[in-house]
Ligand binder design. Structure first.
Ligand SMILES: [Zn+2]
Length: 228
């Protein structure tokens, strides 16, 4: 079973509270922004003191977002250790559990800004976070969520970057995390097998457990999904 708790207050206070609650993982959701409207890649920030688990988890998430939305990964194979010249490090450095800061899209990019305002894209992004948590914490536990910018004691009006065409980074970040919370808390049992799904948009057409050693590949020429 997964349980999600949202942490508010200044960033150091959020991390301290998550440590006291013995959270098993910690996620802070942001979106990127650039003066260049064409900037477009998925990246995850970790603290300078991050564990290898945090780095692996961050890279897994960035690659999954890049594949799902057909955009490149940024940073070093999707990872920016310490953030942008140290910006981002403070958001995670006090955590005692694996912790990542998500920057999946640029809200300054007109195409991705339009996309991420849709419920569908928010759901898909939340699903990637949910799946990453299942992968890196298969036995469940308490997960700490932090909405970037919003609810800071020292800067209560901060909402992060402006979203192209209207809206604020922090409000979309919160919408995505709330969807991930709902997904995580609805996972009744922890899959012990290797589960795979066939999806049509957000609809699961089929899911089932396959042998952990099976090779799964799509034969595009014959139109067959081959398991074995
Ligand atoms: Zn931000």
């Amino acid at each position: 079973m997964y349980q999600v708790k949202f942490y508010k207050g200044d960033y150091s206070a959020r991390q301290t509270a998550a440590n006291e609650d013995d959270c098993k993982l910690y996620v802070e959701q942001h979106f990127n922004s650039s003066a260049s409207q064409s900037a477009n890649y998925a990246v995850v920030v970790t603290g300078y003191n991050a564990s290898q688990t945090s780095k692996n988890w961050g890279r897994w998430y960035a690659r999954a977002v890049a594949q799902e939305f057909d955009i490149p990964v940024g940073g070093d194979n999707g990872l920016l250790v310490g953030g942008y010249n140290g910006r981002g490090d403070y958001n995670l450095r006090f955590t005692k559990m694996p912790a990542i800061l998500l920057e999946p899209f640029f809200v300054s990019n007109p195409q991705t800004a339009e996309l991420i305002k849709t419920e569908d894209a928010q759901y898909r992004l939340a699903s990637i976070l949910t799946e990453s948590i299942q992968r890196f914490l298969p036995d469940g536990g308490l997960i700490g969520f932090s909405v970037g910018h919003k609810y800071k004691t020292s800067s209560p009006n901060d909402r992060g970057a402006a979203v192209f065409g209207g809206g604020a980074e922090a409000d979309i970040a919160e919408a995505v995390l709330l969807k991930a919370q709902q997904q995580l808390e609805n996972i009744a049992t922890i899959p012990q097998e290797r589960e795979i799904k066939v999806m049509h948009g957000n609809e699961i057409l089929w899911k089932g457990n396959i042998d952990a050693d099976s090779d799964v590949r799509w034969d595009g020429q014959r139109g067959i999904l081959v398991i074995g």
